[in-house]
Design a protein around this ligand. Structure first.
Ligand code: SAM
Length: 212
C-alpha cells in the first residue's frame, strides 16, 4: 500500500502544473514564471504545505515557493492546491542542499524554516537546515535586507541554531523561547502543521528572526 502510494505520488507530481520540474532553468528569473516583480519568499521543508498556502492566500502581492524533499509529502500539498489553486505559489521537490542552483544572487526576499528535521547525531549536523553550511547557502540567495524566520519545538536544535549564527556571520534580530506566549512575536503568526500538533500537547515553540 505504502509503495503503491509512493509510486503514485511521483507520477502525480510529474504531471502537476503547480510543481516546477526544472527549477534550475528559473535561476535568476523566477519573476518571469510568476509574471510580475513581487518579492519571492520560500519555505524549505514545507511538509504538507499548510503554512505556505495560508501565507499565499493572505498575501496575493507576494510570490511563494514551497520546497519539499519527499514526493509522498509534497503530494498532500498538491491535492490541496487542486482544490484551491493559488496563482502566487509554486512547489519544488528537491533537496535544499542544491538551493543555490535554483535561486540567483539575492533573488529571495525571505526564507522560512519550520520544524526542520533535528538530525540529532553530531556527524549529521551539516544536514540541519539552520546549520552554518545552510546559512552560507542562504547568504547567496537572500536579498541584502532579507531575513530568515525559524520555528521549532526542539530545544537542542534551537540552541544549535543560535550557536551557528556568529560563526556564519548572521545577526539575531528577534527570538523567543515561548512563541505562543509572546504577544509581539505572535502577531501575524501563521501556524504550521507541526506547530499545531506540538503546541497542542503543551510544547513551547522557539522562534528566531535573523539577518546579516
Ligand atoms: N514545515 C512543516 C511543518 O512545520 O509542519 C513540516 C515539518 S517536517 C518535520 C520537516 C520537513 O522538511 C519534512 O517534510 C522533510 O521531508 C523536509 N525536509 C527535511 N530536509 C529537507 C531538505 N534538505 N530539503 C527539502 N526538504 C527537507
Amino acid at each position: 500500500m505504502r509503495l503503491r502510494n509512493i509510486t503514485g505520488s511521483r507520477e502525480v507530481i510529474a504531471a502537476s502544473d503547480y510543481v516546477v520540474h526544472e527549477p534550475n532553468d528559473y535561476k535568476g528569473k523566477w519573476n518571469e514564471l510568476f509574471g510580475n516583480n513581487h518579492p519571492i519568499r520560500i519555505e524549505i521543508g514545507m511538509g504538507k504545505g499548510r503554512f505556505i498556502m495560508d501565507l499565499a492566500r493572505m498575501h496575493p502581492d507576494i510570490n511563494y515557493v514551497g520546497i519539499e524533499k519527499y514526493s509522498s509529502v509534497l503530494l498532500r500539498g498538491l491535492q490541496k492546491m487542486e482544490q484551491e489553486p493559488l496563482p502566487n505559489l509554486y512547489f519544488i521537490r528537491m533537496d535544499a542542499e542544491e538551493i543555490t542552483q535554483v535561486f540567483g544572487h539575492a533573488e529571495v526576499d525571505r526564507i522560512y524554516l519550520n520544524f526542520s528535521d533535528p538530525w540529532p547525531k553530531d556527524r549529521h549536523a551539516k544536514r540541519r537546515l539552520p546549520s552554518r553550511e545552510f546559512l552560507h547557502r542562504y547568504d547567496e540567495i537572500l536579498a541584502k535586507d532579507g531575513v530568515i524566520e525559524f520555528k521549532t519545538d526542539n530545544h537542542d536544535l534551537f540552541q544549535f541554531a543560535l550557536e551557528e549564527l556568529d560563526p556564519a556571520g548572521w545577526h539575531l534580530d528577534q527570538m523567543t523561547e515561548d512563541l505562543h506566549h509572546n504577544e509581539e512575536m505572535m502577531q501575524d503568526n501563521v501556524m504550521t502543521e507541526y506547530e499545531e500538533r506540538f503546541s497542542s500537547i503543551g510544547n513551547p515553540i522557539y522562534k528566531y528572526i535573523i539577518s546579516r
